[in-house]
Design a protein around this ligand. Structure first.
Ligand code: ATP
Ligand code: MG
Length: 552
């Protein structure tokens, strides 16, 4: 398993420390409970790093992966598989087997029967509209359902027949009998079972009644012996119900629910529902589109798992709602890649350079370091044949002193190679530059000119004969507004330049670049080979630019 860094202290760790000190628990057990109705996103990464991170840090601690799968209409086995892959890729290992809330359907049913037997639940036949009406509002109490006091035996019989499939969807439900006047709406006789004739990805057609989240979650936690059930703040007002259910059934284990604030990230949607809409509306090219904030999208884009963990650790765990700067996530990615990504050269917007005084029958094999600061990464070979490509932006016919690249009549250093001087520009009939003719100084390989000429600029290049053509996908943020979640229509706040495709060349060594493996293309940014890449057609995704181009 990946070495995961010990997390800094936070209010949840303080609670755990106390629980261990007082002997309330000998060891802790957490869980990460995704609903398999979409792919995991950066917000989930925060919860994963918290829950699994605690299990890594505390002695004998465990963290379960449990699919919270009580809504078969929205769930799918593909999501189950993708979520497992994402958690593993982030570097975490769940305790024992995968768990599913649906594993407990039989036990959940038995606990529901127990509630009915103890007059704590009843079968209600109000329709959806009536149920809403009876529930009251935030400022007015609800009214008791006319079915609230029906005999226990009648509710038991009807509940069994609901399970047997005798009634239509929406005609009956099982409700907890709590308090219709409670100031907490969640406590106004919440529905705990409903009828759904739906095929379930785990249980098939075995069930036609499904338990609701609030009933299922606390019992699943208790069955698994979870000590600390960590969730986001929107569940704060569910906590009394969590505790009520566990207090009113015969289960021994009483986990403690603790809420923390969600991760909100600038320029980013962190809602599976909204991300799903981007996929369905074909605004992006699937859940793992590199512009998506999904874990699979970030992986495809080239974000290292360690950088995501580092980010989650830096943002910390609190109860304060806030929005984190996108720049801070990108900074974590850059910091990791700066240290770990081998260097290479790629020309993204190529123009040809002919070195007129270079022997046209000769090809040299030049040597360059894989990483300027890490010798252990070794070296690479760069063929040099006297015809090369440079980037269009690296040449000007005339420029002032601030421009430290190639200018007509002036010199520049080719990275890892020679100093060249631009002598002549060849243009097509429309005035576009098609070739730049240069001369090189053979004495300048790896060293400065001996006569004291000052050559400040360095540009990158790729040999024009010995190279690989490549497609470059230059990604940028998907939205132009800081809070796209607030937009009425996200299509109106899309960044039209979130993907720009270019065709150019990479050095030969990248011919078999491994998908997702990071490279720094010198002076261009960090890139990785995309899933679509193969030896016939190389495709590189820009993971992140070398610097934050949005910084003001
Ligand atoms: P979404 O709103 O995207 O559908 P969800 O909360 O419904 O997310 P679940 O699959 O139920 O998604 O979430 C699994 C766990 O991840 C929950 O414990 C939830 O609190 C946590 N989680 C989801 N989104 C975030 C977020 N933005 N920040 C931190 N934790 C999150
Ligand atoms: Mg949810």
């Amino acid at each position: 398993m990946t070495q995961v860094e010990t997390g800094p202290s936070n209010f949840i760790r303080n609670i755990i420390d106390d629980d261990l000190k007082t002997g309330k628990h000998q060891s802790i057990h957490t869980r990460f409970p995704p609903e398999p109705n979409g792919y995991l996103h950066i917000g989930h990464a925060k919860s994963i790093c918290l829950n699994f991170g605690l299990a890594v840090d505390y002695p004998n601690a465990l963290c379960n992966l449990r699919f919270d799968d009580t809504n078969p209409l929205k769930e799918d086995a593909d999501y189950v598989a993708a979520i497992q892959e994402d958690v593993s890729w982030l570097g975490f290992k769940w305790a024992g087997d995968i768990h599913y809330s649906s594993d407990y359907f039989e036990q959940l049913y038995a606990y529901a029967v127990e509630l009915i037997e103890n007059e704590k639940a009843y079968v209600c036949e109000l329709n959806a509209e009536q149920t809403r009406e009876y529930r009251g509002t935030l400022t007015s109490p609800g009214k008791d359902s006319p079915f609230r006091n029906r005999p226990i035996a009648e509710s038991l019989d009807l509940f069994a027949r609901m399970r047997a499939g005798e009634f239509e969807e929406g005609s009956m439900m099982l409700r907890a009998k709590i308090d219709m006047a409670s100031p907490n709406m969640k406590m106004r006789d919440p529905v705990i079972y409903r009828i759904r004739f739906a095929h379930h990805h785990q249980t098939g057609d075995k069930w036609c009644i499904y338990p609701m989240y609030d009933f299922t979650h606390c019992i699943s936690d208790a069955i698994e012996g979870i000590t600390h059930s960590l969730c986001t703040l929107e569940f704060e007002d569910h906590r009394p119900l969590y505790d009520w259910v566990l207090a009113n059934i015969s289960i021994k284990c009483k986990p403690r629910q603790i809420e923390f604030s969600r991760l909100n990230l600038q320029y980013t949607l962190t809602s599976k529902r909204k991300l799903n809409a981007l996929v369905v509306d074909k605004i992006v090219d699937g859940w793992d589109d590199p512009r998506m904030p999904t874990i699979s999208g970030m992986r495809r884009r080239g974000y290292p798992a360690a950088a995501i963990r580092d980010f989650c650790q830096r943002i910390g765990i609190t109860k304060q709602e806030n929005t984190v700067e996108l720049a801070s996530l990108e900074a974590c990615v850059r910091e990791d890649l700066e240290a770990n990504a081998p260097r290479a050269m790629a020309v993204i917007d190529p123009v040809k350079v002919i070195i007129t005084n270079y022997d046209e029958h000769k090809t040299e094999q030049l040597t360059a370091p894989m990483h300027p600061k890490d010798e252990s990464m070794g070296t690479r070979t760069l063929p040099f044949s006297g015809q090369i490509y440079i980037d269009r932006a690296d040449f000007r016919e005339s420029a002032n002193k601030k421009y430290k690249r190639l200018v007509l009549g002036k010199e520049v250093r080719l990275r890892n190679a020679y100093v060249i001087k631009a002598d002549e520009v060849i243009k097509d009939t429309e005035g576009n530059i098609t070739e730049i003719h240069c001369s090189y100084d053979p004495e300048t390989l790896g060293k400065n000119p001996s006569d004291g000429r000052k050559v400040k600029g360095v540009i990158h290049w790729v040999d024009a004969t010995n190279n690989k053509p490549a497609e470059f996908r230059i990604y940028d943020r998907l939205f132009l507004t800081e809070n796209p979640g607030a937009a009425e229509n996200v299509e109106e706040v899309l960044n039209p330049e979130s993907l720009i495709v270019r065709h150019g060349f990479v050095e030969l060594g990248l011919a078999d670049a491994v998908v997702n493996d990071a490279h720094q293309f010198e002076r261009e940014g960090y890139f990785c080979a995309d899933n679509d890449s193969n030896t016939e057609h190389l495709v590189f995704n820009r993971t992140v630019a070398l610097r934050d181009s949005w910084a003001g």
